[in-house]
Design a protein around this ligand. Structure first.
Ligand SMILES: [Zn+2]
Length: 451
């Protein structure tokens, strides 16, 4: 593995058919969240074309004869998970500052280390994070960080898909000039938004506590001009909520609405302290919330009101947040925790069903990160998919597969992973990168950042 930015990018794979004992498909054009129309196909076949898109899904006997090679992989083939909010290069800062509240955690543990972080550090941190996610069956992550070119290059190397949203805070802008930053971000979008190379680009004002509403508005205009997502931390803590009330006399969501930001495709991370009227604003705008339950619990921020969000028409996706506040990138834990928290808080076992939880990490997460052709196995979608070993105690007996996946499923059951039809994990081993080398690099670099 090398940090050479010209390292070869392998695109697509030969035309072929994969056959699983079961395929978890979904209807194209189906609505997100609510009641996702999931379909389980026995002896299911998936035909993949040379660029890595799915051309047909169905039971083997119903499909036309295969054009290329046929691979019987068995198990359950399902969409790869989509991590809607991550700062994966923070594998370099994993677990630091445990026990500090958000603002002290940022200023005492995180920012001093990140001040020393180079592009090459970010490359290795992202490579390790990407490998960790692929091994867990997470095929796409939406990254909010800087050193964005290093992130794109690292993910090209691991073979995953990424939505990179370069982050900015107003205090870092030379002379407060947002236009210069926006011009560079648009240039980065023009150069690196390449869905066929598995890289997608959005824009990320960090949060309203460190980016001005005017700057957020300018970034939203840029995002709208290229139909990209605007990714922002929103209503994460009571401290943020109180600061907004004091500074603007309104909620953060209302500030964004007044600045025209909600006219963009907004992906708001957290939303723990959203009010009913905030949720209405987000729902009417078609915005998405990346719910990060483990990070919110670990930092003591609270529990996001996901059933009320869904009720208000807000799309709910799931995210791990960075590995400094989780402390891993295993989205299966969020898939399980989201409905458990929703039910526990509401004292209602119907507060979030298993299908909605799974949808929040697949199809709805794809829409939330601005990539509608991932998170579902249907014709036209990218062949981003994973194989689950069904020969496990958790699946003995045949009923309630979705419930079992959500509440008894785990990254440990993921055996194989394909992104755009290219196999990147085979029999629980990643084929694209040397994980031991990435771990050694991250260990050495983490020590330097801590010094
Ligand atoms: Zn975050």
């Amino acid at each position: 593995m090398s940090a050479d930015p010209n390292s070869e990018v392998v695109l697509g794979a030969p035309v072929r058919r994969l056959i699983g004992d079961l395929v978890l498909s979904s209807q194209p054009g189906s609505v997100s969240n609510g009641a996702p129309p999931i379909e389980l196909i026995a002896n299911g076949a998936i035909d993949i074309d040379e660029v890595g898109r799915i051309v047909a899904v169905g039971s083997e006997q119903d499909l036309a004869p295969a054009v290329g090679a046929v691979e019987r992989v068995g198990g359950l083939l399902m969409p790869g998970l989509v991590n809607a909010h991550a700062h994966s290069p923070m594998t370099l800062l994993r677990s630091v500052g445990d026990g500090l509240p958000l603002q002290r955690w940022l200023h005492e543990a995180i920012f001093p280390r990140e001040g020393k972080l180079t592009a090459e550090d970010a490359w290795w941190g992202m490579a390790l994070g990407s490998a960790e996610m692929l091994l867990a069956g997470v095929t796409t992550s939406c990254e909010m960080y800087w050193h964005e070119a290093a992130i794109v290059d690292a993910v090209h190397t691991t073979g995953a898909r990424t939505v990179v949203t370069p982050a900015i805070i107003s205090g870092l802008l030379p002379n407060g000039d947002i236009n210069g930053w926006v011009a560079k971000a648009l240039e980065f979008h023009a150069d690196h938004h390449r869905p066929e190379r598995r890289s997608h680009v959005g824009f990320a004002p960090h949060a309203l506590y460190n980016v001005t509403p005017e700057h957020c508005g300018a970034i939203a205009d840029a995002a709208k001009s290229v139909d990209a997502i605007l990714h922002i931390h929103l209503e994460e803590t009571t401290a943020e909520r109180d600061e907004m009330a004091e500074k603007y006399g309104r909620s953060a969501t209302q500030v964004l609405a007044d600045a025209g930001v909600l006219e963009a495709k907004v992906l708001a991370a957290h939303g723990v302290w959203l009010s009913q009227s905030d949720m209405r604003l987000l729902g009417e705008a078609g915005a998405s919330v990346a719910h990060c339950p483990q990070s919110n619990l670990k930092l003591g921020s609270g529990v996001a009101p996901t059933p009320a969000m869904l009720e208000a028409g807000v799309r709910v996706a799931l995210g791990t947040d960075g590995p400094a506040s989780n402390d891993d990138l295993d989205l299966w834990e969020e898939v399980k925790l989201a409905p458990l928290l929703a039910r526990g808080v509401a004292h209602d076992p119907q507060a979030m069903n298993a299908a909605t939880a799974l949808d929040s990490a697949t199809r709805s997460a794809g829409i939330a990160v601005g990539v509608e052709d991932i998170g579902h196995l249907s014709p036209g979608a990218w062949a981003d998919m994973i194989r689950i070993d069904l020969d496990q105690p958790a699946f003995a007996g045949s009923d309630d597969l979705i419930t079992r996946l959500v509440f008894a499923g785990s990254s440990r059951l993921v055996t194989d992973v394909w992104v755009a039809g290219r196999q990147v994990v085979a029999d629980k081993s990643i084929t694209t990168v040397d994980v031991a080398e990435a771990m050694a690099e991250v260990s050495t670099r983490a020590k330097r950042l801590a010094g």
